[in-house]
Design a protein around this ligand. Structure first.
Ligand code: C5P
Length: 226
């Protein structure tokens, strides 16, 4: 299934504490952002890449794109205050396609077979997101006290890619903007429309580079995949 992908890359990466956009940090020999871009560059079903960027970082990102021969980038719109705004700026700028994937630029270990599966389910059913089962016992805590132990069987930790029929995501984003709803992922916006969203079991390796220890994990994944 052909698709275009939106990669929000306009964050500040405060939790990484690197003093710069964490996507520019190297994992082995390349910046995190380039690892992610190369996955989609190599996937023959990907027909376009949209990157939400900070204005001041656009020249550097354009230079990275050229240096690493990334040919599929169709636009680098300006990102927003929150991740949702960054994604929305890409959705508004692109032309309608059948399927659009949203993927954190900070998740460089996603694999092409998983992307293919997500795009196919989204095309057939409307919406599909990547996730993994919760591994630990999960509890609700208020003011330092356990309130409840939640049944782990029904708990998933969701990731990206999140794949949608373009029209569905565009409508969900527009509605969210109109009513001022802010979600932490795209699925939340689509859930509000009452649409079913399918979960596709992904891998614990599809980690988001968020804090320093994720870099150690990331280096280990790269070494093991060589
Ligand atoms: O901060 P976090 O890692 O959760 O962000 C997930 C992704 O969203 C990152 O790739 C980051 O660059 C991007 N982002 C964005 N615009 C924002 C905040 C985050 O494009 N305002």
């Amino acid at each position: 299934m052909r698709y275009e992908v939106v990669l929000p890359a306009a964050g500040s990466g405060k939790r990484m504490g690197a003093g710069q956009n964490k996507l520019f940090l190297n994992l082995a020999d390349k910046p995190i952002l380039v690892h992610t871009l190369l996955v989609f560059e190599r996937d023959e079903n990907c027909t376009g890449i949209w990157l939400a960027v900070k204005d001041e970082e656009r020249p550097f990102i354009q230079a990275l794109i050229e240096k690493h021969n990334i040919t599929k980038v169709k636009g680098l719109p300006t990102g927003g205050e929150e991740r949702q705004h960054s994604v929305h700026s890409c959705i508004k700028e692109m032309s309608a396609v059948d399927v659009v994937l949203v993927h954190d630029a900070a998740r460089p270990f996603i694999t092409i077979p998983k992307i293919t599966e997500l795009a196919k389910v989204a095309y057939e059913k409307g919406a599909a997101i990547a996730g993994v089962r919760a591994k630990d016992t999960m509890k609700v805590v208020h003011n330092g006290l356990i309130k409840e132990t939640v049944d782990r069987e029904s708990l998933w930790m969701v990731q990206t890619p999140q794949a949608f029929r373009y029209d569905l995501l565009a409508e969900a984003e527009d509605v969210a903007e109109k009513v001022g709803f802010l979600g932490t992922d795209e699925a939340m916006l689509v859930e509000r429309l009452g649409h079913d969203i399918h979960i596709v079991e992904c891998s614990y390796e599809n980690v988001k580079m968020t804090t320093q220890e994720d870099l150690i994990f990331g280096e280990a994944i790269l070494k093991q995949r060589k």
